[in-house]
Design a binder for this molecule. Structure first.
Ligand code: SAM
Length: 353
């Protein structure tokens, strides 16, 4: 276990905890599996995550009870928003049971899930009934040949669209739709995606392709800057910037200017590469096996499973967490360079997207 420095004051009295750059701990992303039913070329390329890849053993995974136990402690130190992710969270059996346990925690103001949507059409109602509030669905193109080349398992667009509609019908709304834009791969799909979701009630967000992990062969040349995405869309569908919903919101919001249609809606751009938002980052990530990462681009985590399983009480776990957060100084996206891109960073499928 990586041991943070011993601190001299009672840590729970400091909640909400601020890190060394004054950033509070507000959001926790929880990865419930390192497995996925897609092999997106920019995330889990088949050459690495093929038949021989050793995924975590079941006994290594945190149980739902362990996750909920930890989540309660995180909430006591300031976390208000929880997001269930992975890997693909819907491949973890009975994840609805985890939803129910998390939503019951006093102080949780938002509970969301990020999913590729493949299994969503059948699960949306059960997830809503269990207490899930919102979903974000990843979809990189409406063109089947592009999308299938990207997910690399031949999964059709139509079934993801079914999942999105089922989620909205179940009340998991507004549904956010995330599109990672990679130059020369799906940048030609930007405008058709905007047109498809404009006025739909769903919020489309364009994500800059990032150098997460170290298996996707990231190059700066592959990144389509958000400014370019906005130019492509704005040339056909005029846009105006709008205020963030809250401090630290990762997406910059733009609304369609459409005199004839008040419900044209909005889009978001997430510019982690060209306009880093580290200064407001209040997110921690809990891996499937209970390691805490204080940055998406981290190279090492802090082992909470060991504490959960060695008889530690809430106070000890809470002190450990607070000590980690108090010394946090991560700001990877602000110091990114061609050199940092090759660091042995943790894979997104493991750490949780
Ligand atoms: N399986 C779920 C899904 O597909 O949404 C959750 C996990 S996935 C890792 C979470 C999000 O991260 C997806 O929207 C995915 O497109 C995005 N993502 C993965 N690798 C990325 C990269 N290199 N750059 C930007 N976004 C990435």
């Amino acid at each position: 276990m990586v041991v943070p420095p011993v601190l001299s004051r009672p840590l729970r009295e400091t909640a909400p905890v601020g890190d060394s750059l004054g950033r509070p701990l507000r959001d926790l992303r929880i990865s419930v599996t390192d497995r996925c039913n897609f092999r997106c070329v920019y995330c889990m390329p088949k050459e690495i995550f093929g038949r021989d890849f050793q995924f975590l053993e079941r006994s290594a995974l945190l149980t739902f009870e362990e996750i909920a136990w930890l989540a309660r402690i995180f909430v006591s130190l300031g976390v208000e928003k929880l997001r269930i992710t992975g890997g693909e969270p819907l491949v973890r059996r009975d994840v609805e049971q985890l939803v129910a346990q998390l939503v019951a925690i006093d102080g949780v103001r938002d509970l969301a899930m990020t999913t590729n949507g493949a299994l969503l059409a059948d699960r949306a109602e059960a997830l809503r009934a269990a207490g899930l509030r919102r979903v974000t669905v990843s979809l990189d193109s409406l063109d089947d040949s592009v999308f299938q080349a990207m997910n690399d398992v031949g999964f059709p667009v139509a079934r993801v669209l079914d999942g999105i509609e089922a989620a909205a019908a179940a009340g998991l709304a507004p549904v956010k739709v995330n599109m990672v834009v990679k130059r020369g791969v799906n940048d030609q799909s930007v405008l058709s995606m905007a047109e498809r979701f404009r006025g739909s009630g769903h919020i489309l967000r364009f994500i800059e392709y990032m150098d997460v992990g170290h298996t996707n062969g990231w190059r700066m040349d592959d990144v389509v800057p958000s400014a370019e995405v906005l130019r492509i869309i704005g040339a056909e569908l005029p846009l105006l910037p709008i205020d963030p919903n809250y401090t630290g919101e990762v997406a910059e919001r733009w609304r369609y200017v459409d005199a004839g249609n008040d419900d044209a809606g909005e889009i978001g751009v997430i510019s982690s590469v060209t306009r880093a938002f580290c200064s407001d980052c209040s997110r921690a990530r809990l891996s499937t096996e209970g390691k805490l990462y204080t940055c998406l681009f981290a190279t090492q985590g802090f082992d909470f499973r060991a504490l959960l399983r060695d008889g530690s009480d809430d106070e000890r776990i809470s002190d450990y967490l607070a000590a980690i957060w108090l010394q946090r100084g991560d700001r990877y996206s602000e110091i990114r360079s061609e050199h940092t891109a090759t660091l042995p960073k943790i894979e997104m499928s493991y750490i949780g997207g």
